[in-house]
Design a protein around this ligand. Structure first.
Ligand code: AOS
Ligand code: ZN
Ligand code: ZN
Length: 427
């Protein structure tokens, strides 16, 4: 579905008086506090978050799936959906593909289609957590860590194949989420499983083109419930350090045991120049893949505090980061869910940009604990939504993405075009 841009103009026209009032008030406060609002707006506008191809359809649980209607039935339709999101918010200018769910039949045509929506291809994702039809050997007992060299070779070849698809589309990174692990004590030798995995990773690493990176995602449990080979940030960092400079850690916010201090992990990765990117989502218990910012917005803000501090600091030398969403939602309209997630990420970013860094450093140096908290929470409690809206307005996007989506009956239109029983490929 191609969006008629004049609809956005009409929407913005209706909202503009109220928006201007809110923006003027906030601009006055921020200017008094010594911020350059224009500089903040430029940063917000430049911040793009990649959409995962698997999030465009309704997700499921192991108990069932309730498809929502109008879901994209092909890679082309997934790209159209991301194009729609990007037209609405001008902040979702990239798509992250999953192989084999999204194998492009004609890479040139797919690239042209994406370019027509001003979309780029972010990291490509491999999959050795499922067996595919026509696959010779099973991943039931692991893939890159498997005891059988034949299975490892097959999984290595798949990852190299994924890199090739990525090269054809202009991607610059491979994300490996390795689900390998064990369900029972004694099932495997931890050290040998690590060493086999390292050997497999090394072979994939050797196949990376010059400007490419590989992101090593960690996760403590699920699908295996006793141990996971890349269980935590320490294991991810260890693999990355052994592999070389193209290997970087990937933080998925849902991949931590309860109460883990994720912002400190982010700081450690940055300190080592080893942070590759994010899979944003939110969670209450485990890898819930809920809408970003729906459960722990303060944690998200604290993560962005570390990111902004690290990106601004001369002491930190970390490559440019890849920002991706990894959500798979079960009951909301996936496009509304993604609009909300992107907004939450940018809100946390904007709040982190208005932290009074000099005052915070002073409070830290003087061990003024109360003042440090005041400074952080002053930024967190500032309603930065007018800044996000203004950045969108200047970029030709909608002042209120979710309201615009609803007013324009986009889902209804997609259902009309694709049917009420259209299922997206993927999870
Ligand atoms: C799995 O839990 C990981 O978060 C993966 O990053 C992701 O969900 C998967 O790659 C989707 O295919
Ligand atoms: Zn993930
Ligand atoms: Zn996950």
């Amino acid at each position: 579905m191609i969006l008629d841009k004049s609809l956005i103009e009409q929407h913005n026209e209706k909202q503009s008086a109220l928006h201007q009032k809110k923006l003027d008030t906030l601009t006055a406060v921020l200017s008094d506090e010594g911020h350059s609002v224009n500089a903040i707006l430029d940063k917000i506008a430049a911040f793009q978050v990649a959409i995962p191809s698997w999030a465009l359809g309704t997700g499921g649980t192991r108990f069932g799936r309730f498809a929502g209607g109008g879901e994209p039935r092909s890679l082309e339709e997934k790209i159209e959906d991301v194009g729609l999101l990007h037209a609405i918010n001008q902040s979702s200018g990239a798509i992250s593909l999953h192989i084999p769910w999204d194998i492009p039949q004609n890479a040139k045509a797919i690239q042209q289609l994406a370019a027509s929506f001003e979309l780029k291809f972010d990291a490509v994702n491999s999959n050795t957590f499922q067996d595919q039809q026509n696959q010779d050997l099973s991943y039931k007992y692991g893939s890159l860590s498997h005891t059988d060299k034949g299975v490892r070779d097959q999984a290595i070849a798949h990852n190299i194949e994924v890199i090739k698809h990525g090269v054809d589309l202009g991607s610059k990174a491979l994300t490996i989420w390795l689900s390998d692990g064990t369900d029972f004590p004694g099932q495997q030798n931890f050290r040998r499983a690590f060493q086999r995995t390292l050997d497999s990773f090394q072979q994939i690493y050797a196949a990376l083109p010059d400007e490419w990176k590989v992101f090593v995602e960690y996760k403590p449990y699920e699908p295996h419930f006793y141990s996971t080979v890349v269980a935590d940030w320490g294991s991810s960092l260890l693999f990355c350090q052994k592999l070389g400079e193209k290997a970087l850690g990937l933080v998925d916010l849902g991949h931590h045991l309860p109460n883990t201090n994720i912002e400190q992990i982010v700081s450690r990765f940055l300190m080592e120049g080893k942070l590759g990117g994010f899979h944003f989502n939110d969670s209450k218990y485990g890898d819930d893949d809920l809408t970003v910012g729906s459960i722990k917005p303060y944690q998200l803000f604290l993560i962005f505090n570390e990111l902004v501090e690290g990106m601004q600091s001369a002491e930190v030398n970390n490559p440019e980061l890849s920002w991706m969403i990894d959500a798979s939602h079960n009951i909301k309209d996936p496009l509304e869910d993604l609009l909300q997630s992107v907004e939450a990420i940018k809100m946390a970013y904007a709040q982190a940009l208005i932290i009074d860094r000099k005052a915070l450093e002073k409070a830290q140096a003087e061990n003024d604990v109360t003042q440090a908290q005041e400074i952080l929470q002053n930024a967190y409690r500032t309603d930065v939504r007018p800044l996000l809206a203004q950045a969108r307005l200047q970029a030709g996007a909608a002042l209120h993405p979710v309201s615009f989506y609803r007013e324009s009956n986009i889902r209804e239109e997609l259902v009309k075009q694709r049917g009420a029983k259209a299922f997206a490929t993927g999870l």
